[in-house]
Structures are given as structure tokens and as C-alpha cells.
Design a protein around this ligand. Sequence first.
Ligand code: S3P
Length: 168
Amino acid sequence: MARRNIFLIGFMGSGKTTVADHLGNMFNMEIAEMDQIIAKRQNMSISDIFATHGEDYFRNLETELLIEMQSKDGMIISCGGGTPMRDNNVEEMKKSGKIVLLKASPKTIYERVKENHDRPLLEHNKNVPYIAELMEQRREKYEKAADFIIETDNKDIRQICEEIRNKL
Ligand code: S3P
């Protein structure tokens, strides 16, 4: 029987990659990290893709990759933070699996992203008010896409993954 995919969505730094790794071990499922796959295929960092080709080019690569994922099942897919902003991307995800939204406060996000330099949308905006504003702009689409929402603040990775298991 085909196993459905699990899509992890959420703001940059919400913990999608870490949660995907842990869930992969827990369920013995394969993991796909969209940013990593795109960067590897383009042979460029995400920042360089944005700088060289622009954001739209990157967004189109995300959409193509999601469509490609339709042929897979039983995977945990860690999406880019902007992936659910396109309605057609959400439709593609819904065709093959469940969508889990990971949430964290702007302060938590800031702490997690402050040393990172491969997030072009935050590179010159690394501060809590900016993160809060962008998060608010995205909130409706994120919540609408999600089959369920996991609050991650003050929880450890095991608690987060247990919660996901119970809700799936
Ligand atoms: C983006 C999030 C990033 C990456 C790109 C754009 C966004 O992924 O796809 O920098 O628009 O939120 P992470 O959420 O894995 O940082």
C-alpha cells in the first residue's frame, strides 16, 4: 500500500529540517529537503540562486520539484519557508500527503537564524520586528494550507515529533 508523504511547512527557522530528520528516524521514512535538493541541482547556494537568477526563478524550481514529488510516496518533505505562498504549490502537496505547519515565535526564529547567511530574504533584515511582520503577512496562507499546526516554542524535538505522530 502506498504511504502518504508528510510535508513540513513553516517560517524560516521554524525547525522543519530538524523535525524532518527526527521524524525520518521515527517512522523510518526517507527525507527530502527542498532547499538542499535545489541548491545541489543548481550547484549554487540559495543566496547565489536568488542573487544570480532572482526570486521568481527559485520559486519556479520549488514548484517543479513539488510536482516531481507526486511520483513519490512515504517521504518526509521539508519545504522552503515560502513554498506554501503559491496556492498551486499547496494543491500539489495536498495531492500526495498531509501538511504539517510548524510555528515558533519571532523571537525564537530570530535566535535560530541570526548566525545563518544563506537566507536571502532575511540577510539584511535580521531583527525580531521584521520577522514578526513577514510572519504575519504569511500567516493566513500557512494556516490555510495546514492539515494541523504544531506550536514548537519551549518544546524539545521529541515532544514535537510525538505530537505530530499523535495527530497524523
Ligand atoms: C525562504 C525560505 C528558505 C529558502 C529561501 C526562501 C522563504 O527556506 O527556501 O531562502 O521565502 O521563506 P527555509 O525555510 O528552509 O529557511
